[in-house]
Unconditional design. Sequence first.
Length: 514
Amino acid sequence: MHRDKTPRIARLLERRARGEDGHEPAFIEGTSGRCRTWQGLAHAAAAWTAQRRRLLRSGSGPVALVVSDPLELIGCVLGGLASGVPVAPVDAALTPAELAQRLGALGAQTVVTDGQATADLIGALDPRAAIWRARGDNLDMLQRSRSRLRQPPLDAALVITSSGTTGAPKVIPLGAHQLVATAQSIAAHHQLERGDRGYSPLPLFHINGVVVGVLSTLVSGASLIVDRKFSARDFWCKVGEHGATWLNLVPGPLAVLAGATPPTHGQRRQVRFARSASAPLPPAVLRRFEATCGVSVLETYGMTEAASQITANPLEPTKRRVGSVGCPVDIEVRVVDEDGRCLSQGSVGEVQMRGRRVIPAYWSRERGGTYPALGPDGWLATGDLGHSDTDGFVHLAGRADDVINRSGEKLHPREVEDVLLADPGISAAVVVRRAHHVLGEEPVAVVVAGVAGRDNPEDRDDVVARLNARCTTELSRWKRPVEIIVLDSLPAGATGKVQRSRVRALLETRSHAA
């Protein structure tokens, strides 16, 4: 993967800073109204460029961005991309154990943060790390690197760690050319221009927030309202107050808004569309949202491996297809059977993609560098099931594995199961998905306490309370099981492997019986 010697993002940022909108708000924090201009962001990028050698000195891994303030994080992302320093945005709300695991997976020996408490935590987790603080246009070193850890080579502009949809968490390196090309494709498809202003409450440590939000804004010269989290209570007030012309959302918030107080005519009159991504949007939710809010929904589909957008419905509302994630946009998509043979239209199989915007390889410190992401024929398996219709619209049918998709957050059951099984009183544990009318899916844990064949007098309520406490300590809120059920045994196959489908069926039976 080739990184530009003169980063194109630096040129784009400088062009915006010198333009007539250079002093105008480019990114606005929705709650406080604070903003950053293109000129201010160009100054932040200059600070990154000035410190480039020192930032890269501690190792070849990416610089981890553990930054909670969205405006500061935008400055760090653009600063890294403009200076040629590989950056990896990380959720600042991770538990200490999760944060240590994430930094280890990234091989990050340099960390940038925006708060002293986070800096102290990182220093305690890794006393050898180089720690920097970002404050507006400045970048200051708080702790010098004392690391001597050798890292495998990493050639990337942006690194995203994702649990993915086909297995264990992956480290996904993206080049500047992939990011800019995708942002330009999105801006062109959505017809974004200088007068547009997006609204996005999506996290900036995900590919959607970075590319669909920040970089499409950069390449189009538009502006963007960002928020730390979604809130239905004041959502439409912010949209109207800041003059948003399009919304960047996922199915969960759309479902909430569909059942909430509708916006006034003044609040919605400028909004051209609400973009939906990250997970399939149920047609009933789409229709309720449009009927309640008076804003049309543009459903799309993307993956980190493609730098976000893969397919999208047409911008013209009358040409969109409810229940479909749209047609491929500047990328090839096919549907294949288990043997890799292309299926006819209407036949359900695995969705695969190919193109210049698709990564050729993943990265792993444990594996000593990169390993292939593509199959022998150059196609990447998405792990999604679906079909295409006669007009080329893609329809997703579900997951090809057991990943739980909670309002766009993709949770691998094993991460939760490992936490549960760390309790010495638990002999077996399985986490499965359960349908939820707003979030799409939610995790439910089923465990076996004690040892089979022995008398286990421990009260089940005590077991559940102890496991809930463990999950609260070791897992982010969205990863915690919404219910923990204690059983005497789990259904298993001939080899002893727990059969998740039978566990899900058991939960459905219990639900109907209740």
